[in-house]
Design a protein around this ligand. Structure first.
Ligand code: GLN
Length: 209
């Protein structure tokens, strides 16, 4: 499996480590590539868009022509995990002219909404699909203030959605890559529906049985 981490800016190596851990737990070999130029995304099975600064990330994606490639990746139903600034960039609307959103996730966000209350905090979070709470690290996190019809809310904090799923896209306000716990990466890339690896059902379908 080839995993691409958008690496124009933000916390790249932590995501690379998390996807390696998630893949290892399934016995899957993963090659992780850092993406700074156009032409690499089309080779990737799964993509990660890290936290950082959404104005900078969105500008560089557009300048390099990577923005269109990410849209095509999602249109092709391939998994994308977007975290914090990545969520802002993936959204439909960030209510900020400096962020050219990709509109691959039908949510609107309020940048730095949590940041006004507390710069950063960690909280145990119940997430749909995970048996035990996830240690969620919030750093100047965006609040999701509107979700479209096709969007499933996987987790809420203080009444606001902080983890969502739409088709092959999972996005979080928090930073799942900053803890040793790689269950969110696991959910994004090896979850049932959009598995990056063939399931037993696929194997049966391929063999015509
Ligand atoms: N608030 C930042 C932004 O708007 C995101 C913060 C983060 O990714 N930790 O880009």
């Amino acid at each position: 499996m080839k995993a691409g981490v958008i690496a124009v800016q933000g916390d790249v190596s932590e995501h690379a480590d998390a996807v390696r851990r998630a893949a290892a737990s399934h016995g899957v070999d993963v090659a992780v590539v850092e993406i700074r130029d156009a032409g690499v995304v089309p080779e990737c099975d799964v993509l990660l868009m890290p936290g950082g600064e959404s104005t900078t990330i969105s500008r560089l994606l557009r300048e390099e022509g990577i923005d269109e490639e990410i849209r095509d990746h999602v249109a092709g139903d391939k998994p994308l995990l977007a975290t914090c600034a990545g969520l802002i960039v993936a959204s439909r609307d960030a209510k900020d002219d400096r962020v050219a959103t990709l509109d691959v996730l039908d949510v609107s966000v309020d940048r730095n909404a949590f940041g006004r209350q507390a710069d950063s905090f960690e909280a145990p979070l119940s997430v749909t699909g995970l048996d035990e709470p996830f240690p969620a690290v919030f750093i100047r996190a965006p609040v999701i203030d509107e979700v479209g019809e096709g969007v499933e809310v996987l987790a809420e904090w203080d009444g606001d959605p902080v983890a969502v799923k739409q088709g092959s896209v999972i996005a979080t306000s928090f930073h799942p890559e900053l803890t040793p716990d790689s269950r969110i990466h696991d959910l994004a890339f090896f979850g049932q529906e959009h598995a990056a690896i063939p399931t037993d059902d696929d194997a049966e379908a391929d063999s015509g049985s």
